[in-house]
Design a protein around this ligand. Structure first.
Ligand code: IFM
Length: 424
């Protein structure tokens, strides 16, 4: 890859209480889930494997992953890293990297497998999970909806129906009543834009049903779901800090042309502001997932494509600065970076990625953005939805055959950086 062009500042200071962590989501690491996604995987694995050469053949690592990507098993989550049973081992990785925070999701389909039937053993599992974090002095950030739904909820129309929102609110309330004494930070909805775009427009997620009006309805219902859940959570206790995790690429014009400038603004509005405006009053902070920026020429995105990740995504980690500054200028809320990372199976870019990101975060803080913390995606290799298991985002590599976890060299380095920045 081309050498990084941005300089890393000599010394970076972060506040003592800054949250240094990593993220996961239940369906992407736990293994053994039964929800609308696992049903869809089984129905679509063969098709996804057959389509892979056309859809992902441009990926820079295609020759290395072709066998896996053209095998239907790649698209069935199955046992994965078996994080559901091996979470203690995974939390030791947080400790090994000197982290003090961890974001994860509570799988609704486990806790309420049938409508109105709460599974005490699943709730107990998450109780022990939270206790394991507490023993390690790790601050939990709990996500309630990270793309997966119980089958019963999905069969009754999921978030397509406004009248269904109450079931999600009940779930949220139940979780904070049962488990809330052990956490403060809650993300109600993860990347509503991705869920809607992939499920109803680009069709890489269930329910894989095209429809712009339906997409908009779901998007609006997710905003309502956040607002209602946030109120219900605060009614249980005002000490909870609630937000969404918004996927926020940064759009910028590639030239001075009027059309490029207006298009970049419109794209940013559609990507971010349409949704954030609907929920911001019910957010105590703003959760931000940052993965890339988008350069706009005329009315199209045309990225430099100089440095791309294993998924072919343009890598511009330092641009996180502009995303953070813009979001803070507009919404005046503290920001928690709830996800940020890179698909990089050979661990070629991750170290560079993290150092450029942290420098960008620091610059944003110098410009006045109150950043609460940084959570890297992902703690361990994860099931990457429609791409299946081949993309490798983990700070720790997972051998899916043996279950063995190994911190990648960049993660070992990152752990030392955190130690220095936390001054411990
Ligand atoms: O793996 C996903 C995650 O579920 C949502 N944010 C982006 C990540 C990487 O694509």
């Amino acid at each position: 890859m081309a050498q990084p062009s941005e300089q890393q500042p000599k010394e970076m200071l972060f506040p003592k209480r800054f949250l240094w962590g990593a993220s996961t989501a239940a369906h992407q690491v736990e293994g053994g889930n039964h929800n609308q996604w696992s049903v869809w995987e089984l129905e679509n694995a063969k098709t996804l494997a057959a389509q892979a050469p056309y859809k992902d053949g441009h990926a820079p690592v295609w020759n290395e992953v072709r066998r896996q990507a053209t095998n239907p098993n790649n698209y069935v989550s199955g046992r994965l890293a078996n994080h559901y049973q091996r979470f203690e081992e995974d939390f030791d990785l947080l400790t090994a990297m000197n982290m003090n925070a961890y974001r994860f999701s509570i799988e609704w389909s486990r806790v309420e497998p049938k409508q109105g039937q709460w599974d005490a053993a699943a709730v107990q599992h998450y109780r022990e999970y939270l206790a394991a974090l507490k023993r390690r002095h790790v601050e939990p950030v709990v996500t309630l909806f990270h793309f997966t739904l119980p089958v019963w909820f999905s069969e009754m129309g999921g978030f397509e129906k406004r009248s269904n929102i109450r079931y999600f609110v009940e779930f949220a309330e139940r979780i904070v009543r049962e488990l809330g004494k052990d956490f403060r930070f809650i993300i109600t909805v993860n990347e509503p834009d991705t869920y809607v775009a992939q499920g109803y427009i680009e069709l890489h997620f269930p329910p894989q049903t095209y429809g712009l009006r339906r997409a908009l309805r779901v998007y609006n219902n997710l905003a309502r779901a956040h607002n209602r859940a946030a109120k219900a959570i605060r009614a249980v206790s005002p000490r909870f800090k609630v937000s969404v995790a918004k996927n926020s690429p940064y759009f910028y014009p590639g030239d001075d042309a009027w059309l490029s400038r207006v298009s970049a603004l419109c794209m940013q509005y559609v990507q971010d502001d349409y949704f954030i405006k609907k929920v911001i009053r019910q957010c105590d902070f703003l959760g931000v997932n940052y993965y890339f920026s988008n350069r706009v020429y005329g009315y199209r995105v045309h990225n430099p494509e100089k440095d791309v990740s294993d998924l072919g995504w343009d890598m511009a980690p330092g641009d996180i600065e502009h995303a953070l500054v813009r979001l803070h200028d507009r919404y005046k809320k503290p920001i928690l970076i709830t996800e940020n990372g890179v698909a990089d199976q050979n661990d070629e870019y991750r170290k560079w990625w993290i150092s450029q990101t942290l420098a960008g975060v620091r610059r944003a803080m110098d410009e006045g953005v109150p950043v609460l913390g940084y959570m890297h995606w992902s703690l361990i290799d994860n099931f990457e939805w429609g791409f299946g298991k081949w993309p490798r985002f983990g700070l720790a590599a997972v051998n899916y055959a043996t279950g063995e976890r190994t911190l990648r060299p960049s993660a070992v380095w990152f752990g030392k950086v955190i130690k220095k920045l936390r001054r411990i």
